[in-house]
Design a protein around this ligand. Structure first.
Ligand SMILES: [Cu+2]
Length: 178
């Protein structure tokens, strides 16, 4: 009995790399006792059981960061997306916190007056900026990422980081939904 158990354990260890690789199933290796029916088709490479999950919405990669204390950026992998669900993969590449907020508005992202918000100077007034359609909520700590899927209507979105001083340092980007 003890021998059999250790044998099973060894077998599981052997199988482990195949599981980690995640490509296909172990039965595809040919040592399964189940015979494949002649007309059985290969499983389609879609769906949850076929490796990494595929997001159906288009993905826009967003990089938040800075090159100096007064020069900060929002970089986008695409400045457009079709209307509907859009997933933003937001990465804070910096050593400080950043956030991402997007307003549905005709105002160009860089054209907001810098006033104050929530009692803090050197921010734009989010209450007057338009409807918030993108919002990371809390700030992203340095070196972290966040996936954010939102449903967007056609039009212009002004993306900003509105932590004090960050908008003035350049953290604004225009985005268009068509
Ligand atoms: Cu910022």
């Amino acid at each position: 009995m003890a021998m059999k158990r250790s044998g099973m354990f060894a077998l599981m260890l052997l199988l482990l790399p195949a599981c980690i690789a995640g490509q296909g199933s172990v039965t595809a290796g040919g040592w399964s006792t189940l015979a494949r029916l002649p007309n059985a088709s290969q499983p389609k490479a879609t769906g949850a059981s076929a490796g990494p999950q595929v997001l159906n919405s288009p993905i826009v990669e967003v990089q938040l960061g800075s090159t100096s204390a007064t020069s900060m950026f929002i970089h986008l992998s695409s400045i457009t997306a079709p209307a509907g669900k859009v997933t933003f993969l937001i990465t804070n590449t910096d050593t400080m916190e950043h956030e991402l907020v997007g307003f549905a508005t005709k105002t160009p992202a860089g054209a907001y007056p810098i006033t104050s918000f929530e009692g803090e100077a050197n921010r734009i007034d989010e209450d007057a900026a338009g409807t918030a359609v993108v919002d990371t909520g809390a700030s992203l700590p340095a070196g972290t990422s966040q996936l954010l899927t939102v449903d967007l209507k056609a039009g212009h979105v002004a993306l900003v980081c509105n932590l004090a001083g960050h908008y003035a340092a350049g953290m604004h980007a225009d985005f268009w939904v068509y």
